[in-house]
Design a protein around this ligand. Structure first.
Ligand code: FPP
Length: 350
């Protein structure tokens, strides 16, 4: 029978386990187990034990979706789904903080929601947000969570803006997880605002001839300049869209879609998403570490590309094949151009 070695002081992570096994320092049959953060329940603990705590995503972004369907299935009004969604927010935020996720960003309210939903639903969401902020500040402080916002806040009702400012101020001293709520947010508007802000700042600093635009400059003028790019984006309720969420920042993120409707989502589901993220990283090369964002393919990815190139060569793929191959970029573009637009059959919301 396998023995489990528990030692809270040794920092016994799975990667260490692999290393010790390889250099034969770890007797066969002994499994090192990393320390489980306090506060996780039994099921969360089970999933957490499978994770490598050294490779947790630094920033997780979540598109919370499915509140309306959750309510509809129960023959309840849509707003009941939003109300139930608060418990999901609470559980997810607490678990993220407990396991030491650096940043969690929740898409709570898009610009499109604002324009396209009945006023009564929008008003309800605003009241719900206000109540959430008032009730949650003590828990955020207890968990060392700092609150931030992204989106066009100035277009929100004034009393909501005041409550938001109060909650941000009340948690500003916290040094743990940064919880960012996307409120009245649209990625395209964010880019428009970033370009305006770039032009504004040079016009106050020597004029347009000093305008130098590169990726770093754009990133510094986005609402998310306080955050690293997300490593993982989670969407609930099975929809496969980004819905105008963090379009610039998600360029290299892993996407995890779960059929779970948002009001049923809990910290456990977040851990399952992280487990899936860690599997994919092992398969496709890391987005972890600091070098992922703009440095091209990782070592592992480059190795896979090299393997693929060898495979193509050994399978006798020659330049003649290449000329009309579907593997070329132009071949793919052609294929996409002529393929049937399946998506047009799907009823889409934003
Ligand atoms: C999407 O579900 C969800 C929203 C538009 C609102 C999200 C709000 C919450 C989770 C509750 C409060 C949040 C905070 C931060 C206090 P949907 O209505 O589009 O669902 P459907 O696609 O099933 O109709």
């Amino acid at each position: 029978m396998n023995r489990v070695f528990r030692n809270r002081d040794v920092v016994p992570f799975p990667s260490l386990q692999g290393f010790l096994s390889r250099v034969s320092l770890l007797p066969k049959g002994i499994t090192l187990q990393h320390k489980v953060p306090t506060g996780l329940d039994r099921k969360e603990t089970e999933v957490y034990r499978q994770l490598d705590p050294e490779r947790l995503p630094k920033h997780i972004a979540i598109i919370m979706d499915g509140n309306g369907r959750w309510a509809k299935r129960r023959h309840m009004p849509r707003v009941a789904g939003h109300r139930a969604g608060v418990a999901a927010v609470r559980s997810t935020v607490e678990t993220a903080a407990r396991i030491g996720i650096h940043a969690l960003t929740l898409y709570a309210f898009s610009e499109e929601n604002w324009k396209k939903r009945p006023k009564s639903e929008v008003d309800f969401l605003m009241r719900l947000l206000s109540r959430y902020l008032k009730a949650e500040v003590p828990t955020l402080n207890k968990n060392n969570i700092r609150l931030e916002y992204i989106g066009r806040q100035h277009e929100l009702p004034e009393d909501v803006q005041e409550r938001m400012a109060w909650a941000r101020h009340s948690t500003a001293q916290n040094t743990g997880t940064v919880l960012t709520l996307a409120l009245n947010y649209s990625a395209r508007s964010e880019l428009v605002d970033a370009f305006r802000s770039m032009v504004n700042s040079v016009s106050q600093n020597g004029g347009l001839e000093h305008l130098r635009i590169d990726e770093d400059t754009v990133a510094r003028h986005l609402y998310t300049s306080h955050l690293p790019d997300p490593d993982l984006v989670v969407r609930t309720s099975g929809e496969m869209r980004l819905s105008n969420f963090l379009l610039w920042q998600l360029a290299y993120a892993e996407i995890y879609v779960t059929p779970t409707l948002w009001p049923d989502f809990r910290g456990l589901h977040l851990l399952e998403g992280i487990a899936e993220y860690q599997k994919r990283e092992r398969r496709y090369g890391g987005l972890n570490g600091d070098s992922h964002a703009h440095s091209g393919p990782s070592g592992e990815m480059r190795a896979s590309m090299a393997d693929l190139a060898v495979e193509l060569r050994t399978n006798g793929t020659n330049s003649e094949d290449d000329s009309d191959s579907e593997n070329t970029d132009s071949g793919n573009r052609e294929k996409l151009h002529h393929s049937k637009p399946h998506a047009s059959k799907v009823t889409r919301k934003h």
